[in-house]
Design a binder for this molecule. Sequence first.
Ligand SMILES: C[S@@+](CC[C@H](N)C(=O)[O-])C[C@H]1O[C@@H](n2cnc3c(N)ncnc32)[C@H](O)[C@@H]1O
Length: 283
Amino acid sequence: MNPGEQKKALDAWETSARYWDKYRALIAQMFAPLTSGLLEEARIGIGQNVLDIGGGSGEPSLTISCIVGPTGSVMYTDPVAGMVETAQAEAGRRGLTNIQFRQCSADDLPFPDKTFDLAIGRLSAMFFVDPVRAIREALRVVRNDGCVSFAVWAPKEVNPFFSTVNDVFDRFVESSTEDPDAPDAFRFAAPGKLAGILENAGAKNVIERQLNFQIEAAISFDQFWQLRTEMSETLREKMAGLAPAQLPTIKQAVADAARRYFVSGKMSFPAEALIVSGKKSAV
Ligand SMILES: C[S@@+](CC[C@H](N)C(=O)[O-])C[C@H]1O[C@@H](n2cnc3c(N)ncnc32)[C@H](O)[C@@H]1O
């Protein structure tokens, strides 16, 4: 990414920050199985010092804060000011005192070597500017033998939470040619891709696990539509380019595609993620 593209990406996250805050309770609920899977894989426990990279509106930092307890600590990081503000405000509302906040990019972590026991990132690695550099940075700041662990989405074909909406929009609005290495939710969906990056960056014992879960919440299709179209920069951009008359047609087509995931007042989408972990060499 050139500097112009980087700025555009961060500006988009800045706009997204208010929606990630608005839907924080719903996001926490929908992605709770992903948080559990990631934290189990990273073996987070009482007393540990944990780095969260790309913490967004606060997860998994806020959950980890409770797990590590008063003898442990969490360092939340994100390059987007609006994300840091909302996460910090939420930690304040919850009275959490073992969590600190730093605005920084994964590619350039402002911490000395071996500061943390381990580093994690939920749904952030796919947006790193230079993933190999970012993973090297994560390995640099964890102790010898410390773990780095990242949760990313598996292919969109097995994630209808995204594809039911995106596929319909793609039929109506032309997409720019996609660079498979550009920052995107599905950048590391191909099995082995992020694992290869961890190995390139010098991680040992790299493991990739597939996590299947349900994205569930007691919301209607209309609430789902609002959440998806507000939170996604890609969809916000596409909607801005549509004639107003097209929107009801698109929404109806999405409703038809998503119908089977809304039963008895509840949303339930099957979902698949990859959890990719590695260790810093012990020497
Ligand atoms: C999909 S959100 C995930 C946020 C949070 N971890 C969660 O799961 O709710 C992706 C996050 O990555 C952050 N991000 C974007 N570029 C980044 C970078 N270069 N380094 C670290 N984080 C980045 C964004 O600001 C955003 O907060």
